[in-house]
Ligand binder design. Structure first.
Ligand code: ADP
Length: 538
């Protein structure tokens, strides 16, 4: 480095030297870097602080271009800004740029520069020198970086906040939309509830909804009114006395309709009597289980008032019973006298023939009247005793044989030698006769009848199968209805009153059994009687 020489005498020269020494010490030991370049950027001098920062000997630095001390982007910056500023404005202040450190790392600096156009220097041209001061700025740079990072983070946080706010708004909008739908549904369900209330309370049938414990959930006004009337005051449906179809046998608690319905049972059109005395009411009760009544299972019951119908049926039965009874007495007398007349000797052939026809028809009439009486009064009592049911069935087949033969119908039997049972033999014979005579009657073009009797576990099973006209599904629905006769039975003029099966069913049920059938139109029918083991039968 060449510092300015200060001419003068010894003492003055000493002071000047002293000043020069101080200046040099100051130049080299200053905590900032100094660099002196020519206006073209060639390094003329550098202080030790900067050469230490750069990790280069001063000798290596002097003579090099200042640009060589910088990484490429900073060279561009320096050449295009700093050098221009030095030329145009004579200097620049606090420019941030990096120098290249010993290991190639960028050393962030703050640089200020000033052009001293008047100064001369051995290596400089005529334009003067540029003096550059370097302040190491890693801390500031770090601070700037931290600041930038913090700002970036703040920006990201702000973006996240904005996104969250948008999400929140979206959720709020969705919530508002849901709320609207909920409001609409609520209004709709209120409307429906009002409609349901109206329907329930205008329905001409009693309706009751119970929960799984039989507690009342819903009771329509019709049923409430009926129960009030029947109980003679305010009456809960389950507190009113309930009787069976005979109007007098009280139902045991477990057989009461509400108890059964609460237990989940399904039943249809069971006729029961409610209350006593003049206000006793017959209701046809049905129940269906439903889920979700107060969160648990429950049941809906319907009560149709059939009191008038039951009274009408009873009156009809009374009428038929009375008329039949009144008819039977003179008929028995006619039959007796015809019998007597037929017994008389030497009757002319045409008279005995005519009497026989009268006798046959009077017998048919008596049979019909007996049927009417039996169905109207309902067979109530049985005279059960231990008998051989196989013998009863066989006798029925024997008596049906002539009619079957006349109609071209074959009867085959599959009956054990004996089948002990405790039944009412007269009634059981009626069952066999009715089923066999139907099988013959409804096989107008001839055919085959198979009669089977067998023990099935503890029950006796009687089957009468024919290959006759069979029944349509519609007809099958009504087959046990009193006085029902199929259209084909009527058009084919098959004799009958539509009472045989009703009587047969009644007798079988009195024995504790049941009567069922299968039928197919044009192919035939099978009627099956199942008789459970009678009392005292081993
Ligand atoms: P009835 O035979 O006196 O008419 P029932 O009560 O015995 O009365 O029978 C009722 C109706 O059921 C009959 O009119 C007939 O239409 C039908 N039916 C009964 N048994 C048979 C059968 N074996 N095959 C076809 N139809 C039958």
């Amino acid at each position: 480095m060449s510092l300015p020489e200060t001419p003068g005498n010894d003492s003055a020269g000493g002071a000047a030297r002293q000043a020069a020494v101080d200046y040099e010490a100051h130049f080299h030991a200053a905590p900032s870097g100094y660099l002196m370049t020519g206006t073209d950027g060639t390094v003329l001098d550098v202080n030790r602080t900067l050469s230490r920062w750069l990790g280069l000997d001063r000798g290596r630095i002097i003579g090099a271009s200042v640009l060589e001390l910088m990484p490429m982007p900073d060279r561009v910056l320096y050449a295009s800004f700093a050098m221009v500023q030095l030329g145009v404005s004579g200097g620049f202040e606090e420019m941030a740029l990096a120098l290249t450190g010993a290991g190639g790392d960028p050393l962030p600096m703050l640089v200020s520069g000033v052009r001293d156009s008047a100064a001369g220097h051995a290596g400089a041209g005529d334009g003067g020198v540029d003096r550059l001061t370097f302040f190491s700025a890693p801390k500031r740079t770090q601070f700037e970086r931290d600041l930038a990072a913090a700002l970036r983070k703040a920006g990201a946080a702000e973006a996240a906040r904005a996104a969250a706010e948008e999400l929140l708004l979206e959720k709020q909008r969705a919530l508002e939309a849901k709320d609207l739908i909920l409001q609409e549904n609520l209004a709709l369900s209120r409307e429906r509830e009002a409609l349901l209330d109206t329907v329930l309370n205008t329905a001409d049938v009693g309706l009751l909804v119970v929960d799984g414990d039989g507690g009342t959930v819903l009771l329509n006004s019709h049923l409430a009114g009926s129960m009030r009337r029947v109980a003679g005051g305010p009456g809960e449906p389950d507190a009113v006395a309930v009787f069976g179809a005979d109007r007098v046998t009280p139902l045991p608690p477990e057989m009461r309709p509400i108890t059964r319905a609460a237990a989940g049972e399904t039943f249809t059109d069971e006729v029961l009597w409610f209350g006593t005395g003049g206000e006793q009411m017959a209701a046809s009760v049905s129940a269906r289980p439903v889920g979700g009544v107060r969160g648990a299972s429950g049941s809906v019951l319907s009560f149709s008032d059939v009191t008038r119908l039951m009274r009408a049926v009873a009156a009809q039965d009374d009428f038929v019973a009375n008329v039949s009874h009144e008819l039977r007495t003179p008929l028995t007398s006619i039959l007796g006298y015809l019998d007597l007349a037929l017994d008389a000797e030497e009757l002319p052939d045409h008279v005995s023939g005519a009497l026989s026809v009268a006798m046959r028809n009077a017998e048919r009439l008596l049979g019909l009247v007996s049927d009417l009486l039996s169905v109207a009064s309902g067979t109530k009592k049985l005279a059960r005793r231990k008998v051989d049911v196989a013998a009863i069935v066989r006798a029925g087949v024997v008596s049906a044989a002539p009619r079957a033969a006349a109609g071209g119908v074959d009867i085959t039997v599959d009956i054990p030698d004996s089948a002990p049972g405790e039944v009412d033999p007269r009634r059981m014979a009626e069952v066999v006769d009715n089923l066999l005579s139907n099988a013959v009657k409804y096989s107008p073009g001839g055919g085959t009848i198979v009669v089977r009797l067998r023990r099935d576990g503890l029950s006796l099973l009687l089957e009468v199968e024919d290959t006759g006209m069979g029944m349509s599904p519609d007809e099958q629905q009504q087959v046990f209805t009193k006085f029902f006769r199929s259209r084909r039975a009527l058009t084919a003029a098959v004799p009958g009153a539509g009472l045989g099966l009703a009587i047969t069913k009644n007798i079988v049920e009195l024995h504790g059994g049941n009567l069922t059938f299968r039928s197919s139109l044009g192919e035939g029918s099978v009627f099956t009687v199942v008789l459970p083991d009678g009392p005292g039968l081993s």
